[in-house]
Design a protein around this ligand. Structure first.
Ligand SMILES: C[S@@+](CC[C@H](N)C(=O)[O-])C[C@H]1O[C@@H](n2cnc3c(N)ncnc32)[C@H](O)[C@@H]1O
Length: 345
């Protein structure tokens, strides 16, 4: 079963090559007692998550879909339980951005929100990034491997509807190619009114900013972000966005740049950028910012395509393509803001 078409999650090459095992893990990575149903995310009548969640749901249709194809785990899937299946007063649901990965990169508000939550739900890689005090303080941790964004988010919604205070976690910020919006969409599709569940987004430092910080100051002017993941947006649309961004003088941050199944997307992206930009345009590549395996490289657009097969570029990498004025100053990437046109220095 392929895994990398299933999700936008920031998976590494290792997991990219491995087989997906759809289903919640036991939570042992998080070091806590975990309910960890055997299904992928959504609650079902016979796993332990169902009893914790309180939803009376049918069997887990998402489980068989997890990782199977790019279209399987989509918002088109019908939700299982609706608001009418829950008797409790809903708890609070917070979408928490963890920032780049290391505990110091998390905001104080994010840490507090996680400490306040009864249940924490997330992709296993993100759960592994949580500080010990957060893991130890939670009643339950529900983590799933690289699959099931929709079912995992639905799990968090169901747990909140069942009366628990729930945090769903992700890297960076919940509003950047992440699950903040999906949580609201699922709540709506379950028949909730906007005020039924107390929902909050707790921002985190997005990868673009964490990576820019490692590179110097490449993003101080107008910037566009583009994800090369064709899981939810078809490639022709991504190509047209790349053309539009590259024609203008934006700095471009590229998310989800490479996976085995997206090799061609990466090559196409390099081709499009070179249609509009000089091959000497500085490019910054940051792999796993703020994590143990962080790597940083400043190169240029002419070299970028040749780095596609290099370990530094995978689904835990963000690429920053400079604008016409961006320059490399030794190991620093600098995009002038325009002060030099008004001031002498
Ligand atoms: C699904 S998106 C999630 C983005 C996240 N919500 C954010 O605000 O950064 C996953 C992509 O974010 C980027 N990313 C996430 N964490 C990163 C890190 N620590 N270093 C570099 N890029 C990262 C990669 O491009 C990855 O493919």
């Amino acid at each position: 079963m392929s895994t990398d078409t299933d999700t936008d999650a920031d998976t590494d090459r290792e997991s990219d090559k491995s087989n997906s095992h759809c289903g919640a893990s036991t939570g042992d990575t998080a070091g806590t007692a975990s309910d960890s149903g055997s299904t992928c995310g959504a609650s079902s009548s016979d796993d332990s998550s169902a009893s914790n969640c309180g939803a009376s749901s049918s069997d887990d249709s998402s489980a068989s879909n997890c990782g199977a194809s790019s279209s399987d785990d989509s918002t088109e899937k019908e939700v299982d339980a609706t608001v009418d299946d829950f008797d409790a007063d809903p708890g609070k649901l917070v979408a928490v951005g963890l920032g780049p990965g290391h505990p110091e990169g998390m905001t104080e508000r994010a840490r507090a929100a996680l400490l306040e939550a009864d249940h924490i739900v997330g992709y296993t890689t993100y759960i592994e990034l949580l500080p010990d005090e957060v893991v130890e303080g939670a009643d339950e941790i529900y983590d799933t491997p690289m699959c099931g964004e929709v079912s995992r988010t639905e799990e968090s919604v169901d747990r909140a509807l069942a009366g628990n205070d729930v945090a769903i976690v992700g890297s960076g910020d919940p509003n950047v190619y992440a699950l903040g919006g999906l949580a609201l969409e699922i709540l709506e599709s379950k028949g909730a009114t906007p005020s039924l569940v107390d929902f909050e987004v707790v921002p985190g430092v997005p990868a673009a900013q964490s990576c820019a910080a490692r590179l110097g100051a490449p993003l101080v002017n107008d910037t566009v972000s583009i994800s090369l993941s064709d899981h939810l947006v078809p490639m022709p649309e991504i190509e047209s966005r790349l053309h539009a961004a590259a024609k203008e003088s934006f700095t471009i941050t590229i998310y989800n740049p490479w996976s085995r199944k997206r090799r061609e997307n990466f090559q196409k992206c390099c081709e499009i950028l070179l249609t509009h930009r000089d091959p000497e345009t500085p490019v910054g590549i940051v792999h796993a910012a703020g994590r143990e395996d962080e790597e940083v490289l400043i190169t240029d657009l002419g070299e970028l395509a040749g780095l596609g097969e290099n370990e530094i570029i995978d689904m835990t990498t963000t690429i920053v393509v400079g604008n016409e004025e961006t320059y490399a100053w030794d190991d620093r990437m600098v995009t002038p803001r325009g002060y030099e046109t008004k001031y002498d220095y």
